[in-house]
Design a protein around this ligand. Sequence first.
Ligand code: DX5
Ligand code: ZN
Length: 229
Amino acid sequence: MVNDFEVSTSILSLKKGEENSAFLELEAAKTDYFHIDVMDGKFVEKDTYQKMLEYAAYIRRISNLPLDVHLMVEDVKSAINDFLAVEPNIITFHLEACKNKEEVYEMIKYIKQNNCKVGISIKPNTKIEEIYEFLPLIHMCLVMTVEPGKGGQTLLIDMVEKISTLRKYVDKNDIDIDIEADGGINLNTADKVKEAGANILVAGTAILMAKDYSVIIKELKKGVFGDRP
Ligand code: DX5
Ligand code: ZN
């Protein structure tokens, strides 16, 4: 049963020069995680790799908040190695970045061997069933509610149904796993993904453009009317 909701703030769209104050303000505003969007310019067009490595290392020095690392990269193994250095709470890689199932199992094992939680992310066009066999082995499934690659996009409404299918499947099969919705989450879309069964919400633009981070983060965490029993 899912009782409370958590917020993972994506720092992708932070404005230059505002980073350091924003990290401290976000911690004070009670974000549960910092969501580190790692892009290699190959799996997705943008390259944020070095910037995210620096941000994550800086956050690690000033805050104890958990880092929720989202790898949108082709070379998963080397990105895992690079980001293990910043002691993340969880490392999430894309199912679509793995050539075959053996590689998925290998990445899961490797992240766990390095004492880090494991997440797998799926793009909007990837069928939810493709992730089922890995669910008992991982801590979180990150359902992309936009095409990966940039912030500020509109949530793809079909993804709500996908989250609901996943939540029903894990509840039915007693799989204790977090479901994270990522992309286009704001005060208009949050309730939909929460009702569907996401318990961790990633938000970047909606939080970073708010004048008071704590107000929006509090709103995003609120239970929804008609919570599942
Ligand atoms: C997109 C990233 C998301 C995105 C979220 O590829 O994985 O985390 O930055 O940003 P918003 O909330 O602006 O959609
Ligand atoms: Zn992300």
